[in-house]
Structure formats: C-alpha cells, structure tokens
Design a protein around this ligand. Structure first.
Ligand code: BT5
Length: 254
C-alpha cells in the first residue's frame, strides 16, 4: 500500500490470497499479539460472514474484503461505537475518492443509490469488563457487475455501478484506511460525542420518519439519533422514546 498516509491503521498489513473469513484470521492474529492497526486483506473469502450467521458474498477481483485489528481500552458494551466509526469512514472514503454520495443504514450497512454496497462486522474478545481485541471487518462491493449482484436482489449495488466506470480496489482500500485512521484518532482525542456528530451527518433518515420492526411488531416514529452504545432512539407519536438494539430489528423509511 505505497503512499498510505496513516499513522496507525494499515501501517502493517497481512495479505493472503484466500481465507475463510478475514475476521477469523484477524482474531487469530490478534490473539498472537499482532500490531494495532494491522489490516488483514484477502482476495477471496470462502466463508465470509455477516451478522447473526448470515453470509457475505464477495467474488474474487470484484469485491474488497478486509479486517482491521484494534485494541481500544473500552468496555465491551462500547464496541458498537466502532461499527459506527467504520461506517462513517466508508462513507467519507467513497465521497472523497469517487464523489459518491453514500449513507449509513443503521446499524452496519452503507448504501448508495438506495442499495447496499458495504457491510461491517465488528467482533471482539473481552476479559472481565475490558475488550482484549476488536476486529472491524469491512466488505465492499467495488467492481461487481449487475449480473454478479443479481443473486442478492435489488438491494445490492457496487461502487462501479454507482460511478459508471471500473474503480481501483487499492484506491478504495487506502481511502478507507485513511479515514479509519483519522476517525480513530478523533475518538482518542475527543471521545464518542464527536463520532456521533460525524455519524449524524451521513446517516440515512436521520431526523426523519422511519419504521422499525422485529419479528412481532412494527413501530413508526422519528429517528432521533443513537445513544452512547450505538442503539437507535426512536421518538414515538406519543412523544416518548424507545431504544432499539441492532440485533433484533430492521429499519426502513416510512
Ligand atoms: C453485514 O452483515 O453486512 C456484514 C458483512 C461484513 C463482511 C466483511 S468482509 C470482511 C470481514 N470478514 C467476514 O467474514 N465478514 C467481514 P449483515 O448486516 O448481517 O448483512 C448480511 C446480508 O447482506 C446477507 O444476508 C445478504 O442479504 C446481504 N449481502 C450478502 N452479501 C452482500 C453483498 N456483497 N452486497 C450486498 N448485500 C450483501
């Protein structure tokens, strides 16, 4: 990654041609004491994962799959803050390098043109009330064509489809690492409130009317923001607020 201007993130890289999941490989390297900021990058994932046992599709050459190892001194309940940090980094990187307007769909998706092109999977190990290591896995659809995305349905897009030309995966990777680096530094110096502010600028439907649903119920209200653990705050028609945690619900505009 020549010319990378980061101070911490991506200074060290670990590249493998193929692996089951860069998150699993990164966790193994973290257990062995890998340097903070190490980026674990692969050409092909054979068992790429999303949340809750879902899979992540990433065809070789078209997609970008990598994980970053971090050792933040935080409580495990704070880990979702870093999902949000990564999502802001992806939005900013796409805007800066490609001029693409992207937005975060809470909690861990990044959208452009109404469809998902990036998913984030934060995983950690904790001891007592401290995080031992944190792995931020990022999957980006870079050069997928329409036919490659077709099996995922109309909710998937790629950066190439959004800008109408092929995109350099290295350029996207470097830009994301740089934005991660500056946001991680911002978090260190100014804390979570400043990340939250960045997040609110690039989050879809912020302050707008949304529908939140779980398997049993549907709520409609105004997306008020997130709390300090990254949970979604919805203002209901009776003016009370309800908090939702990411595992249990899905979100859409009303
Ligand atoms: C995510 O989960 O979106 C997190 C994906 C994280 C992938 C990265 S790649 C590097 C690292 N290593 C890993 O093993 N994982 C991380 P979730 O919110 O659960 O969304 C998963 C759902 O997104 C699937 O059930 C599909 O519906 C959809 N999906 C799968 N592949 C997709 C793709 N390439 N583009 C758009 N949507 C996709």
């Amino acid at each position: 990654l020549s010319g990378l201007t980061t101070r911490l993130i991506g200074r060290k890289t670990h590249y493998v041609k193929t692996t089951a999941s860069t998150n699993d490989l990164a966790k193994e390297l973290a257990r062995q004491g890998a340097a903070e900021g190490m980026a674990v990058i692969t050409e092909e994932q054979t068992r790429g994962r999303g949340r809750l046992g879902r899979s992540w599709q990433c065809p070789p050459r078209a997609g970008l799959c990598f994980s970053v190892i971090l050792y933040p001194q935080v409580n495990p309940t704070e880990v979702s803050r870093f999902t949000l940090l990564a999502a802001v980094a992806v939005v900013r990187a796409c805007e800066r390098t490609l001029g693409i307007r992207a937005g975060i769909k809470w909690p861990n998706d990044v959208y452009a043109g109404g469809a998902k092109f990036c998913g984030i999977l934060a995983e950690m190990a904790a001891e007592a009330d401290r995080v031992k290591y944190l792995v931020l896995g990022i999957g980006v659809n870079v050069n997928q064509t329409e036919s490659e995305l077709a099996p995922l349905g109309s909710t998937a897009t790629s950066l190439r489809l959004q800008c109408g030309r092929p995109v350099s995966r290295t350029k996207v990777l470097k830009a994301i690492l740089e934005e991660l680096d500056s946001l991680y530094a911002l978090w260190h110096t100014e804390g979570f409130a400043s990340l939250k502010e960045q997040w609110s600028k690039v989050t879809l439907w912020y302050g707008a009317s949304v529908v939140v649903s779980d398997l049993h119920r549907v709520w409609e209200g105004i997306m008020e923001g997130i709390d300090n653990n990254g949970a979604l705050i919805l203002r209901l028609p009776d003016n009370t607020c309800k908090t939702f945690y990411s595992g249990e619900v899905s979100l859409r505009p009303s």
